[in-house]
Design a binder for this molecule. Structure first.
Ligand SMILES: Cc1ncc(COP(=O)(O)O)c(C=O)c1O
Length: 497
């Protein structure tokens, strides 16, 4: 298998450069109004002195321009996207269809309950399903993303201790394998972060956990399966130890796709969790924006959930605002409703058996991919994994010490694939984390394996090819730190005519 080597990157011209004086996208009928009525309505001081510089372009050229731009980006609808921890699985189009029904998208959020029973039923039913899937007693769907769910979870823990008059708990424990949002959320709530080093097997080290736990501990935040793709085999002992000192167990539900239908976080001993609906239940991520990060809790924490919660009084669905201990409102209205309609569609389309099959297939695909790649790449934790696994560059760097993880994954782009997650979790040196998800077929995985093997061969025989990759993308190797620190998001070029 050979990746094309074009080496002729072409930068897409901006729409201003495509502009031609006089070109038009649409022809509007003459309105028959001589004077611009706005001019008589808007005070002169507010009127523009010159017309804005807008591109002039035909409809077809505009459509082609934006289609070309959209194709420069990678997406799961285009090709395999094995981004570990991010669960980039295919979202069935039926979820978009129902999420975008006119009756839902055009419903004003302030529509009174008696006129929005259908929408309220959607919210209430999703709360019930998520409670069932996770084993918890109550759910809030208001949060806009997983990270906001984390923040709310820790806010609730803090509110509970404040309500109980327990002021001594100032610390939250997180393993060093945790996603960065875990310590960030706890720190935003004013907690001191106590980091515990993971064991050599990537899992929680019980001795270190015991040493860190004290009457000062408010919570321990864990991801299970962990960010190295392994199930915490001592989870029951961990949750027992944490509860013994009166602290709460927080479950980062980012990896729910691996255990859904097999095990319930509440039964593992967790007290509160967030769900990333974009990872498990077919909603867009939303870039921290219009997403959905439900929070599920036990009875003890339920009074602190954000208000309102969708409720049912036996006859009517309604938004229950009567929650005196609530941490309050965390998102306008009731969060991003269309995400809820999508997630509910996904759950109902699959049903209980289907959801259980999803997690089994996600784990099967990850183990198949790992088995296919372990001859050519070093596996970080050599055991049966859950939904994701980590490889490193150990076998490649012997050919050329510059062959780091970044170089290897950039070469994957020439083969048409999105690279895996790199350099996360931090506890694995030169980590490449692959999460194939359940939606990929064996044929897709086999093609991907062929590409990875071809790259391993290139590392052996022509490392410079890998070191200078990508070769076929519009922009070759970029300075990612500069791009993140000094993003240039404005167009300053000249129009073509
Ligand atoms: C393990 C883990 N926790 C938390 C988050 C944060 O979720 P979100 O991106 O929805 O805010 C992520 C996101 O990728 C994650 O992978």
């Amino acid at each position: 298998m050979n990746a094309p080597l074009l080496n002729t990157p072409v930068l897409e011209p901006s729409i201003f450069e495509l502009s031609h004086v006089g070109a038009q996208g649409v022809s509007l009928p003459a309105v028959g109004v001589e004077e611009n009525p706005l001019e008589s309505l808007i005070p002169p001081d507010f009127l523009r002195e010159a017309a804005p510089r807008l591109p002039e372009i035909s409809q077809m050229d505009a459509v082609r321009h934006f289609l070309r731009l959209s194709q420069l980006n990678h997406c799961i609808d285009k090709e395999f996207y094995p981004l570990g921890s991010c669960t980039m699985k295919y979202n069935p189009k039926v979820c978009d269809y129902y999420g975008m029904l006119d009756g839902l998208t055009r419903l004003h959020p302030m529509t009174p309950a008696h006129l929005s029973q259908g929408a309220l039923k959607i919210i209430y039913t999703l709360q019930q399903y998520l409670a069932d899937i996770t084993g918890f007693d109550a759910v809030s769907l208001q949060q806009a993303a997983g990270a906001q769910g984390e923040l709310v979870g820790i806010m609730m823990i803090k509110a509970h201790f404040a309500h109980m008059g327990d002021t001594q708990r100032t610390e939250v424990i997180v393993p060093d394998s945790a996603h960065g949002t875990n310590p960030a959320s706890a720190a935003m709530c004013g907690y001191k972060i106590v980091e515990i080093k993971s064991g050599a097997n990537g899992l929680v080290d019980l001795a270190r956990l015991k040493a860190a736990l004290s009457h000062k501990t408010a919570a321990v935040m864990l991801t299970n399966p962990s960010t190295v793709g392994l199930f915490e085999k001592d989870i029951l002992e961990i949750t027992r130890l944490v509860h013994e000192v009166g602290a709460f167990m927080y479950y980062d539900g980012a990896n729910l796709n691996a255990v859904m239908g097999q095990a319930k976080p509440a039964q593992m001993g967790f007290d509160v969790m967030h769900i990333n609906t974009h990872k498990t239940f077919a909603t867009p991520h939303g870039g921290g924006g219009p997403g959905c990060g439900p929070v599920a809790v036990t009875k003890t924490l339920a009074p602190y959930l954000p208000a309102p919660i969708a409720d049912f009084d036996g006859q009517q669905y309604f938004l229950n605002e009567d929650r005196p201990l609530s941490v309050g409102k965390v998102k306008a209205f009731y969060g991003n409703f269309e995400m809820m309609a999508r997630a509910l569609t996904y759950i109902q389309a699959y049903g209980a058996e289907g959801l259980s099959q999803v997690s089994q297939d996600a784990v099967l695909n990850a183990n198949y991919l790992k088995a296919c790649l372990q001859e050519d790449y070093q596996v970080a934790f050599d055991q049966v994994c859950k939904h994701e696994f980590i490889l490193t560059n150990a076998k490649q760097k012997v050919h050329d010490s510059h062959l780091n993880t970044m170089a290897i994954v950039k070469r994957l782009m020439d083969y048409g694939y999105h690279p895996p997650t790199v350099y996360f979790p931090l506890i694995v040196h030169e980590a490449m984390m692959f999460e194939p998800t359940e939606t990929e077929s064996k044929a897709t995985l086999d093609h991907f394996v062929a590409a990875m093997k071809a790259i391993a061969e290139e590392c052996r025989t022509q490392p410079e090819l890998v070191l200078n990759a990508p070769h076929t993308t519009p922009v070759s190797k970029v300075d990612e730190v500069a791009a993140a620190r000094n993003p240039n998001l404005n167009y300053f070029g000249q129009s073509a005519s």
